[in-house]
Design a protein around this ligand. Structure first.
Ligand code: NAP
Ligand code: HSE
Length: 428
């Protein structure tokens, strides 16, 4: 059968892995899809750049239209990243009837509905497995494996860079800035790592997972986000002492028809399977009404794991071409979006306070919790090793977010409290 021609947009970390897999696994791939897969053109920014992969120079171009307008190209694999000009390239490729595989969560989280609609109109496929959790086939799992169930909760470590940083800080006492540099050198971080450490990358992925899991369009603006840049070594040490691991968790929950999606550093009980997901590994815990608890684990970033998902999508597109069923992959969003308010979101909290060490302090603090109906699981006071004051560590029972915000606001005006040193959600 006629070979399938692929146009590759980008030859960085992921693009290099895609070329390695397509070339290295060609025999297996062509046996599965019934024809050879041929990379016909590759868009790069700088064709003269030194690359750690041998590619025929003739393939490289810096002109996107050499790829997008090439009538021989059947599938565009987009691994260049970003929104602008990438979105324009993808929409144009779809208009020309070319199928698209992308690893771009920024694009799918922000413009997924528009891209999928364009694909539907032009009877094209858009696959984006690598956009969430690198090498873990979680999108396929939600769309196919759980199509029979009603998902209640998706809880994930979906950013490899931050998990790598938190693990090294926790296990080796490494400094935040040094580990971030290491993650960048290993190709895990985004071109602007702020989106990793400030939780935006995870938020985009959670918007995609929430959309697929709850059948409603979850936008980036619906995700409450807090990153790890303010997490201190001391917080990680406290977490360990109390039987928790600090993780950047994405949590999407549904109760009846109302949903909430957050990304925040969270203290996860060491008895929960997510607590032992370390390094660049990601994991997504999915709770379905019928299936109960499930968890999916694997490398969340890096050249070959991510490329595995990209090329698996390519295989899926080629199979659809062979079967004549392209354009039917768009996910059905059929539920109206209803977001929970702060008083409908409840969880346990860890609070660390720096207080004056004198009579009646504890009583005043517990009085504020009582006033806002927040019940406490444990309270520990200890001398602060660095000054004459004391530290109070509080774990609450499940409390609603609105009440907790009022408690913390009230603490700011309480004379006995010198500072609220840390506040984290507690899970598991
Ligand atoms: P990368 O290493 O920075 O590579 C980007 C590639 O795109 C480079 O080859 C670059 O060309 C090319 N490029 C960028 N902007 C361009 C433009 N305007 N015109 C032409 N070429 C352009 O990025 P990456 O880490 O492979 O990530 C690619 C995509 O995969 C992103 O959407 C990212 O979020 C996603 N992703 C990455 C990972 C990961 O572990 N890295 C995992 C999952 C998903 P030059 O080579 O000439 O500079
Ligand atoms: N920067 C991302 C991460 C790449 O660290 O998870 C994978 O999407």
């Amino acid at each position: 059968m006629k070979p399938i021609n692929v146009g590759l947009l980008g030859l960085g970390t992921v693009g290099t892995g895609v070329v390695r897999i397509v070339e290295g696994h060609q025999e297996d791939l062509s046996s599965q899809v019934g024809s050879t897969i041929h990379i016909r053109k590759v868009l790069v920014k700088d064709p003269l750049k030194q690359r750690n992969l041998k590619v025929d120079e003739e393939l490289l171009t810096e002109n996107p239209w050499d790829v997008i307008n090439d009538p021989e190209i059947d599938v565009i694999v987009e691994v260049m990243g970003g929104i602008d000009p990438t979105k324009q390239y993808i929409l144009e490729a779809l208009s020309q009837g070319k199928h698209v595989v992308t690893a771009n969560k920024d694009l799918m989280a922000l413009h997924g509905p528009e891209i999928l609609e364009k694909a539907r109109v032009h009877k094209c496929d858009v696959y984006y497995e690598a956009s969430v959790a690198g090498g873990i086939p979680i999108i396929r799992t939600l769309m196919e494996g759980f199509s029979s169930d009603r998902i209640k909760k998706i809880m994930g470590i979906v950013n490899g860079t931050t998990n790598f940083i938190l693990t090294k800080m926790s296990q080796e006492g490494a400094a935040y800035a040094d580990v971030l540099k290491e993650a960048q050198a290993l190709g895990y971080a985004e071109s602007d790592p702020t989106s990793d450490v400030e939780g935006l990358d995870a938020a985009r992925k959670m918007a995609i997972l929430g959309t697929l899991g709850f059948h409603t369009n979850v936008g980036l603006e619906d995700v409450e986000v807090r990153g790890i840049s303010q997490v201190k070594k001391e917080d990680i040490a406290y977490a360990k002492r109390l039987g928790y691991e600090m993780k950047l968790l994405g949590i999407a929950e549904r109760q009846d028809d109302q949903i909430s999606v957050v990304v925040q550093p969270t203290m996860v009980s060491t008895s929960h399977p997510l607590a032992s997901v370390n390094g660049v590994y990601n994991a997504v815990y999915v709770y379905g009404e019928a299936v109960g608890e499930t968890m999916f684990y694997g490398p969340g970033a890096g050249e070959m794991p991510t490329a595995t998902s990209v090329v698996a999508d390519l295989v899926a597109v080629i199979r659809n071409i062979r079967l004549g069923v392209t354009g039917q992959t768009a996910h059905h969003v059929y539920k109206e979006k209803k977001l929970k308010s702060d008083d409908q979101i409840a969880y346990k909290n860890f609070i660390l306070l720096d207080v004056h060490d004198k009579a009646g302090v504890l009583a005043q603090i517990t009085q504020v919790f009582a006033e806002f109906d927040v019940s406490l699981e444990s309270v520990v006071q200890q001398p602060n090793p660095h000054n004459p004051d004391a530290e109070i560590i509080i774990i609450t029972h499940e409390a609603n977010q609105a009440s907790m915000k009022r408690v913390l606001e009230h603490f700011k005006s309480l004379d006995v409290i010198k500072s609220i040193k840390s506040a984290y959600r507690v899970e598991g």
